[in-house]
Design a protein around this ligand. Structure first.
Ligand SMILES: C[S@@+](CC[C@H](N)C(=O)[O-])C[C@H]1O[C@@H](n2cnc3c(N)ncnc32)[C@H](O)[C@@H]1O
Length: 272
């Protein structure tokens, strides 16, 4: 099936943008610091290197690179998150340029960056081929591309599958989890990169309890809020119950709190 022919990517992108603008992803992003640090440690950008964080949210990974005195740019299509990223940079006295932009149409010249990174970000763009091509276009030859991606098995995959049960994705859209498989990465990146290396990692997410974790997602995570509000009261209760089961399955804590084990894929590719 040709996705290009059957999907109105512009309309899907506009709807998804509203979903991500719902709630406040910054409250969720505190759990992404571990992945952002791991990705930067692996990509190892040095001071002065030009780094782009795609779909940066409130700037978590961009700010890790900015602390290394890199020349950092972060883009996201939700203006409130970009504003929060700017405030965080000011609060920490860090230099970073944050811009509102779509991952599928990056407002940068070819080969503008030495390092590109994205933590659970570019993977959500509906036109995956275009987002991958844009990411590679703005990376200089020999530059590094790094991704932290949810994988089909593990908490993220389970969580997104549960969310999709209550808010099904538009027809013809490839799942973000495609980026978390070797076959998907090959289709999306192989043409413009060499040495695509992926390894599974674990990031722990800490909450007061499983109920607290579910509450945080239902209050702040746009896709979960939208799934809950689109459901009938009965379905909403089932959704809450299912989320509780998902978080419980990956909870390592035995003291009543929640320590959620999140397996994800850390990928590094070199631009040819
Ligand atoms: C799961 S959040 C991760 C945010 C950030 N990378 C982090 O780790 O905190 C996904 C982010 O992708 C952004 N996003 C999704 N699709 C996008 C697109 N096509 N262009 C720009 N941003 C996008 C959302 O607005 C959201 O901030």
């Amino acid at each position: 099936m040709s996705h290009k022919e059957s999907v109105d990517y512009r309309a899907v992108t506009a709807r998804q943008k509203e979903v991500w603008a719902t709630g406040d992803f910054h409250e969720i992003a505190r759990q992404n610091v571990v992945m952002a640090e791991a990705l930067c440690a692996t990509l190892d950008p040095h001071a002065g290197e030009r780094v782009l964080d795609i779909a940066c949210g409130s700037g978590t990974a961009a700010l890790v690179a900015a602390r290394r005195y890199c020349e950092v740019t972060g883009i996201d299509y939700v203006p409130a998150l970009i504003e929060r990223a700017r405030q965080r940079a000011v609060a920490e006295g860090l230099d970073a340029d944050f811009q509102v932009a779509d991952a599928q149409a990056l407002p940068f010249a070819d080969a503008s960056f030495d390092v590109i990174l994205s933590v659970y970000g570019v993977q959500f763009a509906p036109d995956q081929q275009r987002a991958a091509a844009e990411m590679l276009r703005v990376c200089r030859p020999g530059g590094r591309v790094g991704l932290a991606t949810p994988i089909p098995s593990g908490w993220s995959g389970d969580f997104f599958a549960t969310n999709a049960t209550y808010m099904p994705p538009p027809p013809g859209i490839q799942p973000p989890l495609r980026w978390g498989t070797d076959a998907g990465l090959d289709e999306l990146l192989a043409a413009g990169t060499s040495a695509v290396v992926s390894e599974e990692r674990t990031a722990l997410q800490y909450y007061r309890s499983v109920e607290h974790a579910v509450g945080v997602f239902l209050n702040y995570f746009g896709p979960a809020i939208r799934a809950a509000t689109a459901s009938t009261e009965d379905a909403r209760e089932r959704f809450q119950h299912d989320l509780h089961a998902v978080f419980s399955r990956y909870n390592r804590a035995t003291d009543g709190t929640a320590v959620i084990e999140n397996r994800y894929l850390l990928t590094v590719a070199t631009r040819v």
